[in-house]
Design a binder for this molecule. Structure first.
Ligand code: GDG
Length: 462
């Protein structure tokens, strides 16, 4: 089997293992065990003078190759264009996006530098899989360097309608670069339709035809085992004892403005205001590890949350009960799994989300005999698969409050009837299925390098 080359902004630390690893490393685990692989990307470090050649480390069948970034590239490529412009626009938030030509130049520069460092490491029969919005231009840069290998792209975040994306400066250049891929994967059919529409709009019909939906999954059986094992540990016992018999609702999100945290906190406040019978009977634990703290909008969000959590706690707390517990540090993954199993309600209300793995993890973590209720945003990609959830509009705190009231009073037979098909879906559409399906589409695809050469030959002949 040919070597698999994964390219992503971040490369996992090869020392991280099994239960502690998260994100893409879990999703790709099976594929990386079955074949030789190279994982290429940013080390996460910034240095005064980055080397042009990557640092390599090998573990098992995987070589990890990383580049450092200069301070300037970090500022313009990572903070500026990727997180300040692309992230909000792809989440439909054109109005809060910040554009600066230096950021775009930094983005182009880093994509080109990554391609230049990767190209000499490639073998002719490698299969290359590029991940996410940081690296939209990488494949086109590789093609310009003469690379003819199969190259696939997967977008982890949503893709907005054409009218939104075209409001972003340089959108056309980004869309044109998509044509360098042999297969383009997105999370949902809506994303696929939007991306195809945008590609059609700039005359990239061939690229539009290569767009497909591949909903990402989790290692459902592994997470279910982890949650069951961790249910009786010191950390989970301490949390259970501290609840003193009250129901627990849990939210777990990076501290990000796409995750709908202010509206969620307001929704919990509305529950206590409008349904007083729940006062003193439910505790909401929000774990929100700080992310992208170097970006101003993330710091502003943190201040807003500090204030609203304080206000609601001040208003409703009793000497022996506080409504909201709010933690901005990361919690260890095994402990989180145990917390999820303990929680009667999983509260997952992003304003927009590519998929949302927390929703799937919450489902997988439940006790089949006594499952909790998932309250889920209809704008998370996961809502397409998790039909047993209580779907809410995450912009509407009253809608969230009403769903919480229904969840807190739902009888056991209804909880089971809602949970079973969700659990079946999470197990069937798991991480390995996602990975296999994408790689099958990519490796069976017509070569973009050849079809581009053929169509330019046709144009020349015409
Ligand atoms: C992007 C897209 C898409 C969270 N807090 C802690 C912690 N987590 C873990 C969760 C989950 C992961 O991080 C978050 O995944 P999500 O899917 O919810 O969200 P993003 O980070 O925004 O991911 C998203 C995803 O890519 C995959 O394609 O679903 O739409 O935005 O696994 O459990 N893990 C630990 N401590 C924490 O405090 N250990």
């Amino acid at each position: 089997m040919s070597r698999l080359v994964i390219v992503a902004n971040r490369v996992p630390d090869p020392r991280e293992r099994g239960a502690t690893a998260g994100g893409l490393a879990v999703a790709l685990k099976d594929a990386l065990q079955r074949r030789d692989a190279l994982w290429f990307g940013w080390s996460g470090a910034t240095v005064a003078e980055p080397a042009a050649a990557p640092t390599e480390q090998r573990k098992g069948r995987v070589t990890y190759a990383t580049l450092d970034l200069s301070e300037e590239d970090y500022r313009h490529y990572y903070l500026g264009f990727a997180n300040g412009a692309l992230w909000p626009v792809l989440h439909y938030r054109l109005g809060i996006a910040k554009f600066a030509r230096e950021d775009w130049e930094g983005y182009r520069r880093v994509n080109a530098a990554f391609a230049a460092a990767l190209a000499p490491m490639l073998r002719p029969d490698d299969t290359i899989w590029v991940h996410d919005f940081h690296l939209f231009l990488l494949a086109a840069e590789l093609r310009a360097l003469g690379c003819r290998q199969k190259i696939g792209f997967f977008l982890h975040v949503p893709f907005p309608p054409r009218s939104v994306i075209m409001g972003m400066p340089k959108a056309e250049a980004i869309l044109a670069a998509m044509g360098a891929h042999d297969a383009i994967g997105v999370q949902t059919d809506d994303d696929a339709e939007n991306l195809r529409g945008a590609l059609f709009g700039i005359g990239e019909q061939d690229a539009a035809a290569r767009v497909g939906t591949f909903a990402i999954g989790i290692d459902a059986a592994g997470f279910a085992n982890l949650a069951a094992r961790r249910f009786r540990t010191k950390e989970v016992d301490q949390l259970r004892a501290s609840l003193a018999g009250r129901a627990l609702a849990i939210g777990i999100d990076r501290l990000d403005y796409t995750k709908g945290l202010p509206q969620r906190i307001a929704g919990f406040g509305k529950l206590l205001q409008r349904f007083p019978r729940h006062r003193s009977n439910v505790t909401f634990l929000q774990v929100a590890p700080v992310s992208r703290g170097d970006v101003a909008s993330y710091r502003a969000l943190r201040r807003e949350l500090d204030e609203s959590v304080g206000r609601i706690n001040g208003q409703y707390a009793e000497p022996d009960w506080g409504p909201i517990r709010y933690i901005t540090r990361a919690v260890a993954r095994p402990t989180l799994a145990g917390y999820m199993r303990l929680a009667k309600i999983g509260l997952v209300t992003p304003l927009r989300d590519g998929m949302n793995l927390v929703a799937k993890e919450y489902v997988a973590a439940q006790d089949p005999e006594d499952p909790g209720v998932l309250v889920l945003s209809r704008f998370a990609g996961a809502s397409g698969e998790l039909e047993g959830a209580l779907l809410v509009n995450p912009m509407d705190p009253d809608d969230i409050a009403e769903a919480l009231d229904v969840a807190l009073t739902m009888p056991a037979d209804e909880r089971q009837a809602r949970w079973k098909p969700m659990d079946a879906a999470v197990r069937a559409n798991n991480a390995s299925a996602w990975c296999r399906q994408f790689l099958t589409a990519l490796e069976g695809s017509e070569s973009a390098a050849e079809s581009a050469a053929e169509s330019s030959a046709r144009r020349r002949a015409a």
